[in-house]
Ligand binder design. Structure first.
Ligand code: SF4
Length: 472
C-alpha cells in the first residue's frame, strides 16, 4: 500500500470502548491497528464518569503516546482517532477527538468521513452566533448538538445527525454515554464488538482481533447506538436507505485481515484478481503485486491464470515519515525510497504487474520504469478497479478531477503515459462480482462514485473536498 505517495488516502480511523478498566490502553492498541487509515495525528479521550481527559498530537500513535501519558489516562471508557490530512497545514486543533467542555457536560467527538454540507451548515451556524475553533467539518456536529433545543442528549444527537449529509462514522462520548452513529448510506465501515462485558467499536474489525474482542455486528446505515452502564440500545435517526459502502475500502484501504460488512478484505481482493484475469488475460512468465494492498489480488490473478506469483517488488518498511509529504516532488522521490524491484525475479521475464488503482499515473509510470530497468522484457499492468475519473467527496483524497489521469485520458493514452506493454482496468461488474456482497441492493450496496460519477448523496455546490479543508 503506497497511500502516502500515490495520491489516494484514507481520512481517518475511529475506535471506542465502554466498560473496561483499561479503556485508554485498549484504545491505544486499537488505534495502532488502524494506523494505516491515518498517520498524521492521533488522540484519545478517556472518562472516569466524572470528567473527560484528552491527549492528542501530530504523528503516529506510538509517537503521540508514551507509557507515562497512558498511565495517567484512567477511566472505564474511551474514544480514539487516527487522522490523515494533506496540504495546507495540519493544525493541532483539527487533530481528533475534538473535546468540547461546557457547564453541564463535556462532549468528545471522533469522525471518519466527510460531510458534504459542512460549509452550508457552518454559514448557518455562524449567522446564529457560533464561533468555530477548527476548520474540521466534525465540529459542526458539536454545534448542532448544543443548539438543538432538546433536553435529552439522545434527542440532541439524533436531531443533529438528521441535518448532516455525506459520509460519517461517529463515536461521541460524554461522562455518561458512548454514542455511535453511521450515515444513512453507510459509506464508511463501522463495527461493534464485545470484550467481556465491555462494548468496543472500530472502523475495522482488525482492531477487535488486536484487543481480543469478539465481533458482534456492523453498525447499520442511519443507526444511532447508545452505550452506557445499562448496556446498548439501538435507535435510528433516518429511515433505512440502500447501503453505499465505499468500494475502495475493499480494493485498497482496509487491512486484509478485516471483514468489512462481513466480507473479508483479503478474500475480496483475491477474487478481484481472478475477475481481472477473466476480463484481461495476458501471456506472461510471472505475476507480481505492488505491495502491500495488491498482493492478495496478484495471488488471485496468478491462481486464475496458472502463471506463477512471485515477489517482484519489495517494499522498504523503514522509510521514515519525513518522506510522507504532500508535495508532488516528494511523492515522486518517495516511490524510489519505498519500492525496489527484485532483479533475480523479473530479469528476462514478461511481468504482469497487478495494482489497485491509478490516480495521477506518476507512481505507475515509475514502477513500470523500475521493472524495465531491472530487466523485465514486457510489463503488463492490470488494475483491480475501474478507472478513477471523479473526485471523492466522502473522506477519501482522490485528488481533484484535473489531476485524475483517467478523467482526461483514454485507457490507451494512460498505457502510453505509464509506458506499459498493455493496460487493463477491472469493469464495475467485475468489481461487484469479485467483492461478492449480496446483490439485493443497487450496486450490491457499494459506492462506485469515483468510477461512475453517480454519487449516492446530494453534492452541494460549495462542498469542500477533504484535502482542501485545511485551506478553508
Ligand atoms: S467515491 Fe470512491 S473513494 Fe469515495 S466513498 Fe465512493 S467508492 Fe469510496
Amino acid at each position: 500500500m503506497l497511500a502516502d505517495i500515490k495520491g489516494l488516502n484514507e481520512e481517518c480511523g475511529v475506535f471506542g470502548i465502554w466498560g473496561h478498566q483499561d479503556a485508554a490502553q485498549l484504545t491505544y492498541y486499537g488505534l495502532h491497528s488502524l494506523q494505516h487509515r491515518g498517520q498524521e495525528g492521533a488522540g484519545i479521550v478517556v472518562t472516569d464518569g466524572e470528567k473527560l481527559k484528552m491527549h492528542k498530537g501530530h504523528g503516529l500513535v506510538t509517537e503521540v503516546f508514551s507509557r507515562g501519558e497512558l498511565e495517567g489516562m484512567t477511566g472505564h471508557a474511551a474514544i480514539g482517532h487516527v487522522r490523515y490530512s494533506t496540504a495546507g497545514g495540519n493544525e493541532y486543533a483539527n487533530v481528533q477527538p475534538l473535546l468540547f467542555r461546557s457547564q453541564t457536560s463535556s462532549l468528545a467527538v471522533a469522525h471518519n468521513g466527510n460531510l458534504v454540507n459542512a460549509n452550508a451548515l457552518k454559514h448557518q451556524l455562524e449567522a446564529q452566533g457560533s464561533i468555530f475553533q477548527t476548520t474540521s467539518d466534525t465540529e459542526v456536529l458539536a454545534h448542532l448538538i448544543k443548539r438543538s433545543g432538546y433536553m435529552d442528549l439522545k434527542d440532541q444527537v439524533r436531531n443533529a445527525l438528521t441535518m448532516l449529509k455525506g459520509a460519517y462514522a461517529f463515536v461521541i462520548m460524554t461522562e455518561e454515554k458512548l454514542m455511535v452513529a453511521l450515515d444513512p448510506n453507510g459509506l464508511r465501515p463501522l463495527s461493534i464488538g464485545m470484550l467481556g462485558d465491555a462494548y468496543v467499536v472500530a472502523s475495522e474489525t482488525c482492531a477487535f482481533d488486536v484487543v481480543g474482542a469478539e465481533y458482534l455486528r456492523d453498525v447499520k446505515p442511519g443507526e444511532l447506538l447508545i452505550i452506557d452502564d445499562n448496556g446498548m440500545t439501538a435507535d435510528r435517526f433516518s429511515s433505512p436507505t440502500n447501503r453505499s459502502i465505499c468500494s475502495m475500502e475493499y480494493i485498497y484501504f482496509s487491512r486484509p485481515d478485516s471483514n468489512i460488512d462481513q466480507v473479508n478484505v483479503h478474500s475480496a481482493r483475491k477474487n478481484l484478481g481472478k475477475e481481472l484475469y477473466r476480463e484481461a488475460p495476458v501471456e506472461a512468465d510471472v505475476v507480481t503485486g505492488v505491495p502491500d494492498s495488491s498482493i492478495s489480488a496478484a495471488i488471485g490473478y496468478a491462481e486464475a491464470s496458472g502463471i506463477p506469483y512471485e515477489i517482484g517488488l519489495i517494499k522498504n518498511r523503514y522509510v521514515g515519515r519525513t518522506f510522507i509529504q504532500p508535495s508532488q516532488e516528494l511523492r515522486e522521490l518517495g516511490v524510489k525510497m519505498k519500492l525496489s524491484p527484485v532483479r533475480g525475479i523479473v530479469e528476462g521475464k514478461r511481468v504482469v504487474m497487478v495494482d489497485d488503482s491509478i490516480v495521477r499515473g506518476t507512481t505507475s509510470r515509475r514502477i513500470v520504469k523500475m521493472l524495465r530497468a531491472a530487466g523485465a522484457t514486457e510489463v503488463h499492468v492490470r488494475i483491480t478497479a475501474p478507472p478513477i475519473a471523479h473526485p471523492c467527496y466522502y473522506g477519501i483524497d482522490t485528488s481533484e478531477r484535473a489531476e485524475l489521469i483517467a478523467s482526461n485520458h483514454s485507457v490507451e493514452e494512460i498505457r502510453d503515459i505509464i509506458g506499459a506493454d498493455s493496460l487493463a482496468f477491472l469493469s464495475p461488474e467485475g468489481l461487484l462480482r469479485g467483492i461478492g456482497r449480496p446483490d439485493g441492493d443497487p450496486n450490491n450496496g457499494q459506492c462506485l462514485a469515483c468510477f461512475t460519477g453517480k454519487y449516492p448523496t446530494e453534492i452541494y455546490p460549495d462542498t469542500v473536498l477533504p484535502y482542501e479543508k485545511e485551506m478553508v
